[in-house]
Design a protein around this ligand. Structure first.
Ligand code: V47
Ligand code: SF4
Length: 360
């Protein structure tokens, strides 16, 4: 049962506490939880569900961090490691656009922390993409990468972000957040920046006028109190900056990682989407990332508080290195169909949630 007191808070548009969120995670009554999350989502986004024509590019998998849950990364010289040249990055975008017969509107770029590439390489990557595709929005680099660029270049965070923006950065994805709580982070990714630093990078990005997303990697060694702590830190920062666009719970993919474990359950996925929707009352959008949830759970998520399912993606490496079970690519038509069959109105969006096309 969902306690009446919490139900009334949610229906009355009041903020729920961390204790309330824990109780919601513990409930067996997923139908009431889903209905409450749906109520909140519909108040914010009506019956709309968003998608985007996007493409992922991961310029390198060489990474000095080697997080224990990451099956994508390699060390320099290790078998399976790769580095894309700028020409290869541009050529991926060119081929894709002609194959799809319609241009992607956003490229999502994240990669490993390369031990040798200088900041100027990333700046050149942004400016050459802009030169070839002036209308393309570049959503790139996690807070972890931005922190790394600042360290290797000696620039302040703020100057690093300004340099990126000047070179063509349009917004930032939400990766690298994992779980903020130190004890869990130490077990997952001891080399990675702390949760506090991740939040500091995002705060600086927001102050520089760069909108970002936020994520939470769940389903590995954390418990629900760690998840609620994570959500709470995000909510507090959003109260101050209003710079986050969407929150994306990332379902842990367990293959080929040092942590191993199992795939998340459908029930846990839906609960996590629903509690996030209710708790993060200052986030406009909750994204059900179909690559990690699977098509069917992401479709169901649209009835559990999500209003976005990401996009066409085209080439996905991070989840698929770790046993991701989906196809790496869906067409816009497939995404529209998936959304319509959930009883939602598909809306193709741009990178700032402006409507490109509404499918009525
Ligand atoms: O930072 C790594 C995570 C993230 C695994 O902002 C894993 O719109 C699951 O952040 N199982 C990258 N997750 C992906 C990401 C993202 C994806 C889609 C949209 C957006 C957005 C952001 O993937 C990493 C890390 O947190 N990750 N390994 C794994 N085994
Ligand atoms: Fe590197 Fe990111 Fe993988 Fe960690 S999650 S090893 S920082 S690529």
């Amino acid at each position: 049962m969902v306690p009446l007191k919490i139900k009334n808070k949610i229906l009355g548009g009041k903020r729920i506490s961390e204790e309330d969120a824990l109780l919601l995670f513990e409930t067996e009554d997923i139908f009431t939880l889903g209905a409450l999350a749906c109520h909140v989502a519909e108040k914010k986004n009506k019956k709309k569900a968003y998608f985007i024509r996007n493409r992922h590019i991961n310029p390198t998998n060489i990474c000095v961090n080697r997080c224990r849950f990451c099956a994508f990364s390699r060390s320099k010289g290790e078998e399976g490691s790769y580095e894309l040249t700028l020409k290869e990055v541009i050529s991926r975008l060119k081929t894709q656009n002609s194959k799809l017969k319609t241009a992607v509107t956003e490229v999502h770029i994240v990669g490993g922390l390369h031990p040798e590439w200088p900041l100027s390489y990333y700046m050149k990557m942004l400016s050459s993409i802009k030169k070839h595709f002036p209308a393309l929005h570049i959503k790139a680099f996690t807070a972890v990468e931005i922190d790394y660029f600042s360290r290797i270049s000696g620039l302040t965070l703020s100057d690093t972000l300004k340099a990126m923006k000047k070179s063509g950065l349009g917004s930032m994805p939400g990766g690298g957040a994992e779980i903020f709580r130190e004890s869990i982070r130490d077990r997952l990714c001891p080399e990675k920046i702390s949760g506090e630093r991740w939040l500091e990078v995002m705060e600086t990005a927001h102050k520089t006028g760069i909108r970002t997303n936020a994520t939470m990697l769940y389903g590995h060694v954390e418990d629900i109190a760690d998840r609620v702590d994570h959500l709470s830190r995000l909510r507090s920062l959003q109260d101050r900056t209003r710079g986050f666009q969407a929150f994306i719970p990332l379902a842990y993919q367990p293959r080929n990682t040092e942590i191993e474990g199992s795939y998340t359950s459908g029930i846990d996925d839906l609960k996590t989407v629903a509690v996030s929707r209710i708790f993060l009352d200052n986030f406009a959008h909750i994204k059900a990332y179909w690559i990690m949830l699977g098509e069917k759970i992401s479709q169901l998520s649209l009835k559990f508080g999500a209003d976005d399912i990401d996009g066409t993606i085209i080439e996905e490496k991070i989840a698929h290195s770790a046993g991701g079970l989906t196809a790496g690519h869906l067409t816009a038509e497939q995404l529209v169909n998936l959304i319509q069959k959930a009883g939602r109105i598909p809306v193709e969006r741009d990178s700032f949630y402006r409507v490109v096309r509404k499918y009525t």
